[in-house]
Design a protein around this ligand. Structure first.
Ligand code: COA
Length: 323
């Protein structure tokens, strides 16, 4: 028998306020047509004043627990993937833990920007496989609207806020790729590319800063690195792209999503796409897409799902799992 980290619940939360592209036409030299054709984004949600990353993460976590038919008492670890935690410390994860009424277990944040959810899943998998946890809540939650430079049309039209969550549970499998649960993970980073995508502030520079991006450079790295990390993770699982039921990519740009699918030899009807409605929600985008994909009836029990993401760092990774 082989221990596996199996998805037993999924949920998400989107803030109430929906902002269509036309909003930006009022203040910037941009258009709905430009934003849609270059990014595939039509609208995004922005958090209300005072609404924080841990608030949204808690909502998503509650929905995932309900989907799993579990209570906070059943969970022994909480991981939040985020680059926009409420406070410098403590972690957003401990805030979610408290909001769920948990006084047991442990909680921590993972910061790998838009690749954060793949990193968080890999960490949760390691905790489960090593026997340190039986059930882990893995959350991606972000308020990127708080780090936008609203005068920079090349970035502020691309991002949104939201949260998604999975409950992973230790279960026994046969050790084959037919098992449910996480089958392989692949993580990478290369800090030489810092200047392509970063926030120009932080604790030790005593400012909050704004997101800065060389979009066309990031685009070039994205297609190549996403296809290669997905291939590597599939190889580690003893599988190939032909075995994939659903690709659930980081939702940054429809053209990146299309080109990566093409590189993997997959048609777009095997891809869960939410970028039109959510924009780029960084570490929240994959769990949001998993939750919406399940709600739409796309992702079903037993399906082979591959998630892949890239973001600031650069950091990128992929996770192969059977739903
Ligand atoms: N509205 C209108 N024009 C805009 C604009 C906007 N919102 N944003 C940028 N432009 C302009 C630029 O100023 C540039 O004008 P110029 O030629 O006069 O200098 C022109 O559009 C082309 O800019 P460029 O950056 O080359 O466009 P692009 O086709 O690469 O598309 C992105 C820009 C940002 C949509 C695209 O590069 C992208 O999505 N990159 C990946 C970003 C990403 O996903 N990052 C997150 C990864 S986690």
């Amino acid at each position: 028998m082989t221990r596996r980290a199996v998805v037993v619940g999924v949920g998400h939360y989107l803030p109430e306020r929906i902002v269509p592209n036309s909003e930006f036409e009022k203040t910037l030299d941009t258009s709905d047509e430009w934003i849609r054709s270059r990014s595939g984004i039509a609208r995004r949600h922005f958090a209300a004043e005072g609404e924080t990353t841990s608030d949204m993460g808690t909502h998503a976590a509650k929905n995932a627990l309900e989907d799993a038919g579990l209570l906070p008492a059943d969970i022994d670890a909480v991981i939040v993937a985020t680059s926009t935690a409420d406070l410098t410390f403590p972690s957003a994860a401990t805030m979610v833990q408290a909001a769920l009424g948990m006084t047991h277990g442990f909680a921590f944040d993972v910061q790998a920007v838009c690749a954060g959810f793949t990193y968080a899943l890999a960490n949760a998998n390691a905790l489960i496989l090593s026997g340190q946890a039986e059930r882990v809540l893995v959350i991606g939650a972000e308020t990127f609207s708080r780090i936008m430079d609203w005068t920079d049309r090349s970035t502020c039209v691309l991002f949104g806020d939201g949260a998604g969550a999975l409950v992973l549970e230790a279960q026994e499998g046969n050790g084959t790729s037919d098992d449910r649960g996480i089958l392989a993970t692949d993580l990478n980073s290369d800090g030489r590319y810092k200047d392509l995508l970063y926030v120009d502030g932080g604790v030790s520079t005593q400012s909050t800063g704004f997101l800065r991006m060389q979009g066309n450079q990031v685009f070039r790295h994205a297609v190549e690195k996403l296809a290669s990390t997905a291939q590597t993770a599939l190889e580690k699982a003893g599988l190939s792209a032909a075995d994939i039921d659903w690709i659930v990519p980081h939702q940054a740009n429809i053209r990146i999503i299309q080109r990566t699918a093409k590189k993997l030899g997959l048609s777009m009807d095997k891809v869960v796409v939410t970028v039109e409605d959510h924009g780029n929600t960084s570490a929240a985008s994959i769990p949001l897409a998993l939750s919406v994909g399940k709600e739409r009836g796309q992702i079903k029990r037993g399906d082979l799902v591959v998630t892949e993401a890239i973001g600031g760092g650069l950091a990128w990774g992929a996770v192969v799992l059977r739903w």
